[in-house]
Design a protein around this ligand. Sequence first.
Ligand code: SF4
Ligand code: SF4
Length: 132
Amino acid sequence: MKFPALVKDALRTLFRALLKPATERYPEKEKVEVPDGFRGIHRIDLEKCVGCGLCAKDCPAGAIKMVKMQGTKGLGVPIIDLGRCIFCFQCAESCPRGAIEPTKRFSRVVRDAGDLVLGMMPNATRQLGGSQ
Ligand code: SF4
Ligand code: SF4
């Protein structure tokens, strides 16, 4: 007989509705806290960068390209395609100058895939669709 099973399911659903949700209401909730050590979107300090290209060489996802611009040193500056990145942070491990570090920003919601390419901005990450 199916009726008792339906009642059981309804009661279970009702009970769960009274519990604190296990997940955050994102993006409705404006600020979502992430733990220390979270590996979010990179911060690249181009003042520290010497253009050695080790970050690009060691990136397992091929997400970093070195781009020559006026006034840049060595092989140029790293630009990171967050659409390819797997957030392993080998790039930060490999950087001899400590020029790359993770931030707590994680939102990669963009309209244009080109906006997922990060770099070119000294001491800053490009703001990507979120407030983290
Ligand atoms: S975090 Fe990993 S995948 Fe992303 S750019 Fe750095 S080395 Fe490449
Ligand atoms: S490894 Fe560091 S210093 Fe070398 S190009 Fe990358 S960010 Fe610049």
